[in-house]
Write a protein that binds this ligand. Structure first.
Ligand SMILES: [Zn+2]
Length: 195
């Protein structure tokens, strides 16, 4: 059964020092690079998403403009298309990525399923073209974009494994809750060292 790795939003703004930096984000970037180097044949396809927002508007209320961000539905400005903050973290080996998906152009978009590849295809089409039924998911943030992406992948009928050593969350409690929710929804929680 063909298997893909989904790398969710491993971008400078979501790692330490970024506009919305998550503790452990840089380690996730380095860990994914190490995983792909040590197991070059584990995945038939590697797909990475990037949050890719407008810089000239609030992206449908996603950016806090006139009030402080609540860090639930409104956020400090982050991942503006084409800026360094929106780029992949330098420790992530971008040469290992087969398909790049952009999401959030003018709208809030937490799931990789809300984005499109350069071809215009969404993730379902990308996976179907490659015959992929099984997904491993890693990235940032456990309690937001990883959660939303994994739930959508389950709804899309894929077998889903969340690599718990290669995710990082905004907050400890909501991350633990998200992992419980994903397990109850049918995802397997696993360390990346398990084949
Ligand atoms: Zn965003």
């Amino acid at each position: 059964m063909a298997r893909a790795l989904l790398i969710i939003d491993v971008q400078n703004d979501f790692t330490e020092g970024g506009a919305l930096g998550v503790t452990g984000g840089s380690a996730v970037a380095a860990g994914i690079t190490r995983l792909l180097a040590e197991h070059p044949h584990r995945y038939d396809l590697v797909v990475a998403s990037r949050d890719w927002h407008h810089g000239h508007d609030d992206n449908g209320g996603h950016f806090a403009v006139d009030a402080a961000p609540d860090f639930v539905t409104t956020w400090p400005a982050h991942c503006v298309a084409g800026t360094d903050g929106a780029d992949y973290h330098p420790a992530l080996n971008r040469d290992a990525i087969d398909v790049h998906i952009l999401k959030g152009q003018g709208v809030p978009a937490y799931s990789i399923y809300e984005g499109n590849a350069q071809t215009g295809d969404g993730l379902t089409a990308v996976l179907d073209q490659a015959g992929v039924r099984s997904l491993d998911i890693a990235g940032i943030a456990t309690d937001y974009c990883v959660r939303a992406s994994a739930l959508d992948a389950l709804r899309d009928g894929r077998t889903v494994r969340v690599l718990t050593d290669l995710v990082a969350g905004v907050a400890e409690e909501s991350s633990a809750k998200a992992l419980r929710e994903l397990r109850e929804a049918g995802a397997v929680l696993s360390s990346s060292d398990r084949e």
